[in-house]
Design a protein around this ligand. Sequence first.
Ligand code: FAD
Length: 381
Amino acid sequence: MKTLIIGAGPVGMTAALAMRHASVGGDITLLEAAPKNTSSFSDRNIALSLASWRTLERVGVHVEKDAPRAAISEVDVTQQGVFGMLRLRASDVNESQLGAAIAYPDLKAALDRALEREAINVMWNAKATRIEMNANRATVHLETGEALTADCVVIADGANDETLMPTFKQYTRDSGQIAVIAKIRPAKPMPGIAFERFTQRGVLALIPRAAKQNEALEWTLVWARAKDDAARLLECDEAMFIDDVNAAFGSTMGALSLSSKRTSYPLTWRFVEPRASGCVVAIGNAAQGVHPAAAQGLNLGLRDAAQLADALTTQTNVSQALSSFARARAIDRATTIGFTGLLAYGFDRGGWMLDAPRGLALTALQMIPPLRREMVRRLAL
Ligand SMILES: Cc1cc2nc3c(=O)[nH]c(=O)nc-3n(C[C@H](O)[C@H](O)[C@H](O)COP(=O)(O)OP(=O)(O)OC[C@H]3O[C@@H](n4cnc5c(N)ncnc54)[C@H](O)[C@@H]3O)c2cc1C
């Protein structure tokens, strides 16, 4: 069997490795638009769940021993100025960590090494422009004019405006919000804790960053704000910005200071449907986009990659395998998009009519261990 995977991002690379490890067999080739060694991976801080780290280990992705990781053993969920608090702890599910964050380049380097070890072929400068179905196979047309035919084509090209497969429809909705992103240095760091705070102007996440020995501990701030409000926050002077952050987050980690430039990311709600047709399937950000405040996008994409490999091993008919993959992924996809959407767009409104029920819901989850454990299990395992 010949498989073409379009996009050598973390999801495409993991899919290739998972297929090789699941003995899907045949020739697996990754097509990547960028030239070799482009540092297309930003210095984004990526928090991965325990389950994602286990998936990566299982498919042979081992991060260098000296590559720092920030373990996350607790997620604290609070509301600005209102009652209600939820602590999700690894100990709730008898684990020492819920997951860990890593710098994107370190993750990319580990994926590159694993691909090389498995001798998986990557074609660089190979931008796909169109996919054409022919009977049981599909042909991928490249910008170079070349055309490659395969028995299975996996679209893992990330969040593009248009899908390569004409019959896959992309549904998008502008949330009206922008995520403001920056590195934050607290006066009293609390290692191992990530924070989600419903502020009066949008959900604010602080995710611990991996640090080398002797480096100051930092957190990544992801703060969803209405567009005009975000523009103001990005343009105002640093002192004003950090005052706003401190006022919204409170004093849990002492005074917070800004330790990087501010950047932004548009918050668009997006999914592709159908995601599978004949021998073509979309995975990762090519299939859906979720809000970065919940740090779930790559976690969801890695589950896509692992389950795609499973589906292709258990069924020999590619088209049937891809249909059952799409069916099997539907619930996880819908609940993750729903959960992150609710967190970002539903829980950001203030006023006692919403603050009170939200506070009660958080308190109820905190007080009812089975419910809390179920939530932790869903996030981490
Ligand atoms: C600020 C921020 C913070 C985040 N934090 C987290 C987090 O903490 N935890 C988490 O789980 N997720 C997080 N995410 C989400 C995560 O970064 C994405 O889900 C993940 O990168 C998606 O991987 P991917 O491989 O699907 O797509 P991408 O990473 O976009 O990779 C797609 C690849 O396809 C290539 N490509 C594109 N078009 C073509 C083409 N036509 N032909 C060939 N190749 C092509 C691209 O060059 C690229 O290499 C965050 C996102 C943002 C924006």
